[in-house]
Structure formats: structure tokens, C-alpha cells
Design a protein around this ligand. Structure first.
Ligand code: FPP
Length: 267
């Protein structure tokens, strides 16, 4: 049904799930109701990624900027995320999905942190799909944190400034060991990246759709993948060079084949 080449799937898809509030407003319901409906779309897309063999899926679920929303909505979002993680953990284990949190732990409610840690620990041995939730996450903040960690390493003699390369710098990010996203999808009609994985998406294909997140179905996801495969990824080369079959995965920053984190202190 979809003209998809299973051998050229993106290794890492990152999604900005936008439009829950507008979806709810259209239905004369509360914004929270929209977020709750968004959970259904999350489940569908996670399961489709696992089914077709996309190894990394990263979802932007709570940004640093989201703290500016009305307190009631912020509280409801954290409570929803906590319920989601508690409810889905057994299935993640059953389906061998590795779960990881990307973002700052400071500020996250204690009960959410507890389930985040539990989910990370209990799924640590799996690798069929690495599912990451960006929570209390900001791309600029992540880069600043990486610079701080690197500066400390230089001060302690563990790093030499002249040895710094893109690959070395990537190891200081939350996404240490991940391949960079090949495809970023944003639902909800806005055409921007909103502080999401700023370093990592340097060469990603960007896909924007008007569809509001709760309505984003498996078929819409498959369409995004088809569009991704129809694009020519040049990484600075000419179209002729690309056609002479230099593989896509020579992309700068294409990292390890699975998450191998843990060597850096995370906070
Ligand atoms: C954007 O909609 C959505 C978010 C703030 C992210 C949160 C997503 C969910 C809670 C969906 C479920 C996810 C998980 C991982 C359980 P918006 O409020 O910005 O929509 P609007 O632009 O229409 O106002």
C-alpha cells in the first residue's frame, strides 16, 4: 500500500507533537482533554515504529518553555505523563522497548522522576526500539550543559580543546550514542523547530503537517516516511555524487547504532 523501501528507513525519527489544544478547542473540550487524546497517537506511532523497524523514536513531550503555560495545565500535563509511563511500562518491557528520558531532571515532579528512573532501569537491556521522551528539555540548554561538562573535563585534564570534534561534542549531549535524527516531523501546522534537538537536527529532513497531533494516524506517519525517502539527502554533495551511490549514512554525526549512554554524568 505504501511505496516504502524498508532498507532505507530513517534510523531516528524525532516528533514535535503539536496541536492538542486546538484539537480540543474544535471539539469544545478542555486543552487537557486534547493532551489525553494525544496519548492515543503516541501509542500508535510507537507501535508502528517498532513494527517496521525504526530503531530510534524521540518525542518532544514537555519543553523548558512549556512551564510558561497556565499552572493548571502544567500540573495536568505532568500528571498525564506520570500516568502514561505507569500504564505503558509493562508493555514496553513486553515489547522490548528501551525507554530513555532526555532533558533536565531538575524541576520535574518527584513522582514523575521516580517512574522515569524506573522505566529507564527496567528497560535498560532492550534495544528493539529506543523510545525517548524529551521532558523538561530545551536544545539551547542542552548545548550549554554540554559546554559546561566539557569545560569541566578540560579543567580536570580529561579533555583537550584542540581535540574537540563534532563527534566528541555529541557525547556531552543527552543523546550520547544516538544517531542524529534523519527525519523530524512536526504536526499542528507551525513551521518551526522550537528549541528541539538543535545540534542533532543539523542535517535532518524536516516534515511539517497541518494535522493536529491527536488525529495523526499510522497512515500519516507512513506518508511522512515516503516523503522522506523521496527527498535527496545530499549532505553538501552534488546531486551527481549522491546518485553515484555514496550511502546516506556517511552523514556527519551519524553516531553509534544504539544508545550506549552512561559514561557522562547526567543531570
Ligand atoms: C502540544 O499541543 C503538545 C504538548 C504540549 C506535548 C504534550 C503531548 C502530549 C501530552 C501527548 C501525549 C504524550 C505522551 C508522551 C503521553 P499544544 O497544547 O501545544 O497544542 P496547541 O498548539 O493546539 O495549543
Amino acid at each position: 500500500m505504501y511505496d516504502l523501501d524498508m532498507k532505507r528507513l530513517p534510523r531516528h525519527v524525532a516528533i514535535i507533537m503539536d496541536g492538542n489544544g486546538r484539537w480540543a478547542r474544535q471539539k469544545l473540550r478542555t486543552r487537557i482533554f486534547g493532551h489525553e487524546k494525544g496519548v492515543g497517537a503516541v501509542r500508535k506511532i510507537v507501535s508502528r515504529c517498532r513494527e517496521i523497524g525504526i530503531p530510534y523514536l524521540t518525542l518532544y513531550a514537555f519543553s523548558k518553555e512549556n512551564w510558561n503555560r497556565p499552572a493548571r495545565e502544567v500540573k495536568a500535563l505532568w500528571s498525564l505523563l506520570e500516568r502514561f509511563l505507569k500504564a505503558e511500562l509493562p508493555e514496553m518491557i513486553e515489547k522490548q522497548i528501551r525507554f530513555l528520558h532526555l532533558g533536565d531532571v531538575e524541576g520535574i515532579p518527584a513522582s514523575v522522576l521516580q517512574i522515569l528512573r524506573q522505566a529507564e532501569e527496567q528497560t535498560a537491556g532492550f534495544g528493539r526500539l529506543v523510545l525517548s521522551l524529551a521532558l523538561n528539555y530545551g536544545g539551547r540548554q542542552e548545548i550549554l550543559r554540554a559546554v559546561q561538562l566539557l569545560a569541566e573535563d578540560v579543567r580536570n585534564g580529561r579533555a583537550i580543546p584542540s581535540d574537540l570534534s563534532g563527534d566528541v561534542f555529541s557525547r556531552y549531549l543527552y543523546t550520547e550514542g544516538y544517531p542524529d535524527p534523519d527525519l523530524v516531523i512536526r504536526t499542528g501546522g507551525e513551521i518551526r523547530v522550537s528549541n528541539f534537538l538543535l545540534w542533532q537536527i543539523a542535517y535532518a529532513e524536516l516534515y511539517f503537517t497541518e494535522i493536529l497531533w491527536p488525529d495523526f494516524a499510522e497512515s500519516d506517519f507512513m506518508e511522512a516516511l515516503v516523503e522522506f525517502q523521496n527527498r535527496e539527502r545530499r549532505f553538501g554533495r552534488t546531486g551527481e555524487q549522491v546518485k553515484s551511490a555514496v550511502p546516506d549514512r556517511s552523514a556527519p554525526g551519524a553516531g553509534a547504532s544504539r544508545a550506549t549512554r552512561g559514561s557522562r554524568a547526567r543531570s
